[in-house]
Ligand binder design. Structure first.
Ligand SMILES: Nc1ncnc2c1ncn2[C@@H]1O[C@H](COP(=O)(O)OP(=O)(O)OP(=O)(O)O)[C@@H](O)[C@H]1O
Length: 527
């Protein structure tokens, strides 16, 4: 999250303008106080003219400088965030770890939180330090004890009290983190799993628990707000006490004492907002850490090789998800162009995992998966070569036509109809599919996905139990047509060995391992 020298310079300019605006305000108060009390002594008018002019000038300066500081502050922040946002998105695009929509949204608000970090914390803290130091230096010229008290008061109000707020807020955030996570989880369950919860009679209980967590969080939020308000009030007391002490210790003329006292009061006006702003510091810190993690993660190198008809090979390949038994281990598979391989095995045997390895959507955690001897990650357009009907293929919320065109954007309606016919899908091309394809039946969704695979006509067609939900006779006929149209290699996962007649090889998996042919023969197609 490096800040360029130019941006640093702009930040410094904004801080100096802010400090100048606040010093003008401070000088205005001090001069006005001096002027009032000095005027009460009835001096010749000439003795007051400089102060009168100064009051007017400072009043004008204060407004002008504040405006300039707002402009400069927002200028630097918006420029910086603009480039930071671009870098974060660039880091996200090829990423695999950061792909969930919720996480992306999270990062957007994290980047926005950095805006608050600069405008509401960094700049005001810098301005407060500059104004405080100047006020102490000016006071020290008259009275060192008064300056020492002022410095102490400012440090308490601008350092100690905000630190207490940060500590309290961070502790509350740590304590509330599990509750927030539970609330997010329950909210998702209540929205996405509503039907299932109602059917199981658990909806009311879930909602009540979510409401209880909301109540707990609100209570904790109120307690944190009350603490911040109390510490804010303590800051005002410190301000009053310090101003009185400065007045008593100044040992100067009445007008000058009044000027120093009001200058002290005004210096606190710059420092006190830090107490309220400190509440966001823990949140901002967490945002900074998350953004930094995204920016510092080494980018996964993008593939450069062009995929054309080639030879896929799995050598001793395995996949193990953290904390789980291996999903797949020690798998060898040879898939030269034109070869047809069937995969059988009971549920959970690793069939889908094997397809994901071939599709490049899952990397092996052991062994190798290669195309013409190169790891799949080195290819930039693998889906053009290998694709098909995956078990979890998504149906987009649009029309049947648009869903099909994803496979071949320039396909004519004639081609679309032909692919549908092959897949046994007979709905109108303009039919709306609904969110997640919900307005289609399960079988219709499956055949739409299959039609999409047929239309893509890849060199290597991958089919994951493509006719599982269809009635057997219809399903067999559909599969026969799809296989007849396949122009290259086929990898078919099925639990019916009769689907694999004429295939070059049948691989039977169990518990993530390939069964030897003799054992596989004894348990055909268990699922
Ligand atoms: N993302 C994941 N995280 C953890 N475990 C996983 C993950 N994906 C799959 N598994 C586990 O890996 C094993 C193999 O899963 P896979 O989906 O490949 O089985 P399958 O043979 O296709 O099963 P089915 O016939 O039921 O679709 C299972 O035990 C599964 O629970």
């Amino acid at each position: 999250m490096n800040v360029s020298t130019k941006d640093l310079f702009r930040l410094l300019r904004a801080a100096l303008l802010g400090a100048a605006a606040e010093l003008a305000a401070l000088a205005l108060m001090a001069t006005a106080a001096w002027l009032l009390l000095r005027a009460a002594e009835r001096p010749p008018l000439a003795a007051l003219t400089v102060a009168i002019v100064a009051v007017r000038t400072l009043a004008l300066l204060r407004g002008g400088l504040r405006y300039a500081e707002r402009l400069a502050g927002h200028d630097v922040v918006l420029r910086w965030l603009g480039s930071l946002r671009t870098r974060v998105y660039q880091a996200l695009i090829p990423g695999t770890r950061y792909s969930g929509g919720d996480l992306v949204t999270r990062l957007v608000s994290d980047v926005d939180a950095l805006q608050d970090a600069v405008l509401r914390w960094l700049l005001p803290a810098g301005v407060a330090a500059l104004v405080g130091t100047t006020a102490v230096a000016v006071t020290a010229a008259t009275s060192v004890p008064a300056a020492a008290v002022l410095a102490g008061g400012l440090l308490v109000a601008g350092g100690f009290l905000p630190w207490l707020v940060i500590r309290g807020t961070a502790a509350a955030a740590r304590e509330n983190a599990p509750k927030r996570a539970e609330l997010a989880e329950r909210a998702v369950e209540l929205v996405t799993g509503r039907r299932e919860l109602v059917a199981a009679g658990a909806h009311g209980e879930h909602r009540a628990r979510a409401a209880e967590v909301v109540g707990d969080l609100a209570r904790s939020e109120r307690a944190a707000s009350a603490t911040t308000a109390l510490l804010g009030a303590a800051g005002v007391l410190v301000q009053l006490g310090t101003a009185v002490a400065v007045g008593l210790l100044a040992h100067a003329s009445v007008p000058w004492t009044a000027a120093l006292t009001l200058a002290a009061v005004t210096a606190f006006e710059v420092v006190l907002p830090l107490i309220g702003a400190a509440r966001r510091v823990p949140e901002i810190r967490a945002s900074v850490a998350r953004v930094r993690a995204v920016l510092t993660e080494p980018a996964s190198p993008e593939g450069t090789r062009v995929a054309s008809t080639g030879h896929f090979r799995l050598e001793n390949a395995g996949v193990r998800h953290p904390g789980r038994a291996p999903a797949l281990q020690g798998i060898d598979l040879d898939l030269p162009p034109g070869r047809r391989v069937g995969i059988l095995g009971p549920s959970g045997a690793g069939k889908t995992t094997l397809l994901r390895l071939l599709l490049g959507s899952q990397s092996p955690t052991s062994g190798r998966v290669t195309l013409d001897g190169h790891p799949l990650g080195e290819y930039r357009d693998l889906p053009k070569l290998i694709s098909g009907a995956e078990a979890d293929a998504h149906v987009f919320h649009t029309t049947v036509r648009e869903n099909l065109l994803l496979a071949k954007p320039d396909a004519t309606d004639e081609e679309l109809r032909e692919a549908c016919e092959t897949a046994g899908f007979d709905l109108d091309l303009d039919r709306d599919t609904g969110p997640d394809g919900e307005s289609l039946s399960g079988g219709q969704r499956q055949r739409l996905v299959l039609a999409r695979a047929v239309l893509a006509a890849p060199e290597v067609l991958v089919l994951d139990e493509p006719v599982e939900g269809l009635d057997p006779a219809h399903g067999d006929a559909v599969l026969k047509r799809v296989l007849a149209r396949a122009r290259g290699s086929v990898v078919l996962v099925t639990h019916r060995p009769e689907h694999l007649v004429g295939f070059d090889e049948v691989l039977t998996l169990e518990d993530g391992r390939a069964l030897p042919a003799s054992a596989a023969d004894r348990r055909p197609g268990r699922s």
